[in-house]
Structure formats: C-alpha cells, structure tokens
Design a protein around this ligand. Sequence first.
Ligand code: GLU
Ligand code: MG
Length: 425
Amino acid sequence: MTDSMLAFVVTNDLVAHTRGRALPLSELSETAGVGWVPADLAINAFGHLIEPNPFGALGDLRLIPDMNTGIPLPLPSGTCRMFLADQTLPDGTAWECCPRSTLKGALRRLADDHGLSIMAAFEHEFTLLNQEGEPKGQGAFTLGGLIDGEPFGADARQALTAAGIKWENWLPEYGPGQFEVTVAPEPGLRAADTAVLTREVVRTVAKMNSQRATFAPLIHPDAVGNGVHVHLSLWREGSPVTHDSSGLAGLSDLAQSASAGILEHAAAMLMWTAPSHVSALRLAPHRWSAAGSFVGLHNREALLRVSAIPPGSDAALAYNIEYRAADATANPYLVLAVLVHAMCDGLDRNLPLDSVMTGHIDDEQFTRLPVDLAGAIEAFDRDATARVWFSSDLVDTALAVRRGEWEAVAELDVPARCLAYAERY
Ligand code: GLU
Ligand code: MG
C-alpha cells in the first residue's frame, strides 16, 4: 500500500448523491471514521444547502466505514477505494437521520416482529450520453445498440466485477442510448449498498470514457424512462417464504399481506422512492413503469409485478415481487426502508391482498399514483402510519430539500426540468 492510496468514505444522502471525505487509506479506522456535518443532509440535487433545516451550523458526526463495502474505484491511477459508511454521533451511536442506519432499523423491525428477512436486487436503467449530451446508442435490444455502448460497457462490466458486484444482465434497452444492468439478489442492507456502488461505478467508468451515464428518471418528457425496479423476497430462518403454489398468483399468505401493506401506503411511499420533481412524469400509463397502484401478474404497468420464473428454477427460491415505482433520484436505503415498513404494516395487520390483476388492463381499472411530487408529499402527510417510520428531523430535512429543488426548477419548462435533473444523476 502506498501513501498515495486514498480511502473515500461516503454516505448516500436524501437526493441519492454519494458524498464523503477522503483520507490516506493507511489511516482509515473503522472506529474513528472521518468527521461529518449534520447539515450536509440538507444539500439538494443542485448542490445547494437548504436553510432553514433542523441542524443549522450545529453538531458533529462521524462517517464510520463498513469495511466490507470497500471497492476499488475504476480510476486509471487505481489509487482510490470507496467505502460506504454509517453516520454516527460522536459517542458512536447511530444518527437518527442516517439513511443506512434507518434501513437497519426497518430490517430489525421485520426480524423482531415477524421473524423475517428480505433478499433484494435493484435493477437499474440509465442513458449513456456523448460529450454533446446526446444519447449514445441506437437500436433497442439489438447487437448494434450493444456495440454502440462499447468500450464503455466492457469497462463498466469489468469494474463492477472488480467491485464484487455480481451483475447478471447487461442490455441495450428500448430508449436511445439506454442500457440496463441487473444484479444478483442479496440480503437487504447489502442490496442497497450494491445499488449505490453500481450507480457510482457506472458513472465513473462513463466519465473515464469522456461520456456521461445518467440515471435520471426522464432525460426529456417524451423519452423512455429510466426506472429502478426493486425485486423483493421474504425469508424465514434461512428458507424462502414468498411462494405458495396454492396462493393468489402463487404468493404465500405472508407475501400477500406484505404486498397489501405496500399497496395501502403506495402514494405516501413515493416521496421516498420517486422523490424528484420529474419523477412522477415517469409513473404514467403506457410507460411500462408503474401506472397505478395494483399488483399485476407478469404486468409491467403494475406497481408490484409478480414475474414469471425461469424454466427449471425452483419456484420457492425464484419467486419475488418487483416494486417498479422507484428511480435513481431516491436513496436506495430509504427506498428499501419504506418498502420494509409498509410490508411490516401489512404483516402486523394481516392485511388480505384483494386481487392480483391478470391479463390486459385498462387505465380505468386501477387507481393512479399522485401525478406530481406535491401529491406524494400530501399523501405522506395524510398517512399517519407512514409518518412515524422515519425520524422527524429526517422527514423535515427531506421536505426542505425538495422545497429547495422546487424553487430551482419551478420557473423552467418541463423539458428543462428533466434536463436539469439529467445533469445531476
Ligand atoms: N423503462 C421502464 C421504466 O421506466 C421499464 C421497462 C422495463 O420493464 O424494463 O420503469
Ligand atoms: Mg428494463
């Protein structure tokens, strides 16, 4: 190890930006970590620290690295490792606004109250842009489309592998310059870690190729959306418990109640899973994102999709539900935390799942999701159950950050808003 090796110790914040501090790798300590500032959580997607926020100029935090998350960053010099961290108070206890610790708390609730854990996988779509900011690649699912993304693609896949990320599919997606990367399922916390790392690795490699990879939900109002789909399965004592061949759409009673919990809180959750001022535009019918609040069998317009499993696979192991209403402006830890809390609520109350939609569905057959972020925030505010899932300072800071973003984009027309976000993600 040379003295020039850097350790970049980071947190993923309320606008899903990865921020942190670097120190010599030789001095990295998992006890002391590095210093951090509470008000950093109030920085919005456009880099402005929003005031007022609950913290002001007060307070000291530590970023405590999780040594298991260290990855080599794909920089030509090979001189930097990045570590995901928890934010703690100076006495070492978790900070109540730390997104990663918030997810740990939600997972503890699921384990303590229901004896359950989750496996999850975040599926990402993104758009590759050339130096002029135009989509780089043409040809949905074609070899030409795949090749248009090279050599960036080869470098990215290699860097993901070097980071210990088990990528499964790499595909030229439907939209111009659009690609998708899927990864293997992992235990909850680890899956959210992988989501953060996947985005950073892909963006870094694009930058090293003088290109840009943007994970923004829409680079233009008419563009094909970049979704984040979260695959979830429930486990108890090491065994999968999502599938029951005699259950509705093959879902176990537990999975049905968990899904019913997600449906019950669908509108309130969007403030955490699709939180930018352009996110809701993607969640419209005929975009194959999540047109409305329903569970659908093999249906890409569903909020929760029950997908077909590969031939020859063990249904008990392969069965999962796919939450489709997330995007990369959302913090992956908070996406998973809000999903786990909603599932816990369904499980607490033994909520029944009334129906799973099958076959083709007309737009009138389901409840639409809020059409803008203001609607999602109102829904969260009205949802007394959801309001207590996160600390009040975390909620207040999220609201302040989104207010600040609205001030930055309100005067722009919708294409310019999409562009503003595309430049930041
Ligand atoms: N691009 C769609 C979205 O915005 C997803 C399409 C697909 O099912 O892969 O979520
Ligand atoms: Mg896709």
